[in-house]
Write a new protein. Structure first.
Length: 326
């Protein structure tokens, strides 16, 4: 099918904020961009009061009748001291909150935030190179026991599909979305960073989709990915060519998430806030840095469209943003 337009008619919120409050992580996954998982230095973790003040800036910068979703990734956000105070402030001030966490920290750390679980949607990113399955299971059960909503995003790392199968057997009543990995690839040397290799200090590597040309996945693994039968989250539904219903997950699993040169409405839908406070439109950084959440006054979502410059759109909600081929 020749796709020339993508839209989502039932957006769950008017505006989306993807916030990376820290780029520190206790994992060092082979496929993760080095900028997203620095070694932990507690002295450099953000102050929760600064995060609350920044969230107030966002709420004040958009019309009161417009809804905002802040979803928090990292790094690992639960490394931040008293992070639940930030979650609670947003929940109490008409900001919906979602969190991506690897679920690997001691339960006593999550226990301090359990009262905030009712205000947030939690996505547990299952990274099989490092994840301890029983620890993830215990965390998921804690979320459910405290009236939280939880979903698993399982990364299908090469050679480790069996670990995702094992997790699914232990969490039969929890939604699990299986997602192919975009391995780190060095265009100059034509090398892929293999499973279980550190990526923390790599230079010259970028995430790249493997459709069989990189040699990251085996042929059998590629066949499994192409024939995945899994329930697709309804909140990721979208429409192509005005009247054909599909799901953003399909673009990733079928490797059709390529929109370079298309006109895209990311500048009127979503911002990314990095750990240093820099603000960009989308993870694609469509127009470069537009300000700093800690230092600048905000004037957000004041444009309608921009032109996609990325080879691949790998973020599910950004795939659904209105875009069309010109």
């Amino acid at each position: 099918m020749n796709i020339n337009k993508i839209e989502k008619y039932d957006w769950y919120e008017d505006y989306i904020v993807h916030w990376r409050p820290t780029n520190m992580c206790n994992y060092d996954c082979s496929y993760c961009e080095p900028s997203n998982h620095h070694a932990i230095d507690k002295r450099k973790l953000p102050n929760v009061e600064d995060l609350i003040a920044a969230a107030k800036k966002i709420r004040d910068s958009v019309p009161a009748d417009k809804s905002v979703l802040v979803y928090i990734t990292g790094g690992e956000p639960f490394l931040i001291k008293d992070v639940h105070k930030w979650f609670n402030w947003m929940g109490e001030n008409n900001i919906r909150v979602g969190i991506f966490t690897n679920g690997s920290l001691p339960l006593k750390i999550y226990d301090m935030s359990k009262e905030s679980f009712k205000n947030i949607n939690i996505k547990v990113s299952f990274h099989p190179e490092f994840a301890e399955i029983d620890k993830v299971v215990n965390f998921v059960n804690m979320i459910k026991e405290n009236n939280g909503k939880v979903e698993i995003r399982a990364m299908m790392a090469a050679g480790l599909f069996h670990k995702v199968d094992e997790l699914e057997e232990k969490l039969l009543n929890t939604p699990i979305v299986r997602l192919p990995v975009f391995p780190l690839y060095n265009k100059t040397t034509q090398e892929v960073n293999p499973t279980y290799s550190s990526s923390r200090f790599l230079e010259g590597y970028k995430q790249k989709m493997d459709d069989g040309q990189l040699g990251y996945y085996t042929k059998d693994e590629l066949d499994i990915l192409e024939n995945l039968e899994q329930g697709e989250p309804t909140y990721l539904s979208c429409t192509v060519n005005n009247d054909i219903e599909t799901n953003a997950v399909n673009f990733v699993t079928e490797r059709t998430n390529k929109f370079k040169g298309w006109t895209c409405g990311i500048v009127n839908k979503k911002i990314l806030i990095e750990a240093n406070g820099n603000i960009k439109y989308g993870t694609c950084a469509a127009t470069g840095i537009i300000g700093n959440i800690f230092k600048d006054d905000l004037n957000l979502f004041d444009k309608e469209y921009t032109t996609c410059q990325r080879e691949v759109c790998s973020t599910l909600d950004e795939i659904m943003v209105t875009k069309f081929k010109v």
